[in-house]
Design a protein around this ligand. Structure first.
Ligand code: F6P
Length: 324
């Protein structure tokens, strides 16, 4: 393989730049020509493709976002869109791809390979940590730390005003950010989509706390929670407790997506970027590079897409015990 391209796709995640850097510098090291594609699959369709050098990725290891920009492409989901993308790759002589993204990105790459035979190796870039085939995804650690910083600050107000705070964190259908930020932030309860948490259980935890003179509480709610978003959960709870109890809701939103990547994310991203590139060179295709038990592994896209990534039930149990 003499010429490859790298792109970022789906939601941006802190550490994507460190990953791009590893792909580009790895390619330069191995004597392979490397191109960047801007705005994910949209850039592939529009031919927004440019040659990269070692210098193109200087001074980005510490930056959040993605210098290649990102998009969720509707056009790539169409047969016509993928044909245009193939024609552009042919024009530039690109023989293989490194895709940095999540489930949607890898689904697109799989269909594209079936139709046109262009191999892709992926690096898992999403704050949600919802991909089977890696212990952690690029950006997750930074997102957890961002959420934690917010929780710590909100705790000051919760304590000063004797309030209950419902804090909604991101994660789409995954509860990973909620569990980790909740444990680290000392939350009284964490509500995640993977486990049914009846409203009555939350009410019980709050009542038990009040009976022990606990005057403030933090409930972390994952955005995909079955009982609804944090506003809806708070409303349901208000109906079952003294209506004069002081409650507030904070939705953290996109602050969790940006920011300076943690050391952990930069190292993981560098490892996975180089792992994806070298995997592609070694003939891997339609697989994602991941790190499991500190070992670099490759998992077929079809498994990363299809198989659920279970949460650690022990951690949820721990939240209950530690909030006594
Ligand atoms: O996948 C990352 C993520 O931030 C999810 O946690 C969230 O549900 C979604 O993307 C938000 O997407 P958008 O930025 O398109 O609103």
């Amino acid at each position: 393989m003499k010429r490859i391209a790298v792109f970022t796709s789906g939601g941006d995640a802190p550490g994507m730049n460190a990953c791009i850097r590893a792909v580009v510098r790895g390619a330069v090291y191995h004597g392979i020509e490397v191109f960047g594609i801007r705005r994910g699959y949209n850039g592939m369709i529009n031919g927004d493709i440019f040659q990269m050098t070692s210098h193109s990725v200087s001074n980005i290891v510490q930056r959040g976002g993605t210098i290649l920009k990102s998009a969720r492409s509707k056009e790539f989901m169409t047969v016509e869109g993928r044909k245009k993308a193939y024609d552009q790759l042919q024009k530039f002589g690109i023989e293989g791809l490194v895709a940095i993204g999540g489930n949607g990105t890898f689904t697109g790459a799989t269909i594209f390979y079936d139709e046109y035979g262009i191999p892709t190796v992926g690096a898992p870039g999403t704050i949600d940590n919802d991909l089977y085939g890696t212990d952690y995804t690029i950006g997750f650690d930074t997102a957890v730390n961002t959420a934690l910083e917010a929780i710590d600050k909100i705790r000051d107000t919760a304590d000063s005003h004797d309030r209950i705070f419902f804090i909604e964190v991101m994660g789409r259908d995954s509860g990973y950010i909620a569990i980790q930020s909740g444990i680290a932030g000392g939350a009284e309860m964490v509500m995640v989509p993977e486990v049914l948490t009846p409203i009555s259980e939350v009410v019980n935890v709050l009542k038990q706390g009040w009976s022990r003179q606990k005057s403030s509480s933090i409930i972390v709610v994952a955005e995909g929670e079955e009982e609804g978003n944090a506003v809806e959960v708070a409303e349901k709870i208000r109906k079952q407790v003294d209506p004069d109890i002081d409650m507030r809701v904070t939705t953290l939103g996109h602050i969790q997506r940006g920011g300076i990547p943690t050391a952990y994310d930069r190292i993981l991203a560098s490892r996975l970027g180089l792992g994806a590139l070298e995997g592609l060179m070694d003939g891997h295709k339609n697989e994602m590079a991941g790190v499991i038990n500190n070992e670099l592994v490759y998992t077929p896209f079809r498994d990363t897409i299809r198989l659920p990534k279970p949460i650690n039930q022990d951690l949820l149990r721990m939240v209950k015990i530690l909030s006594v």
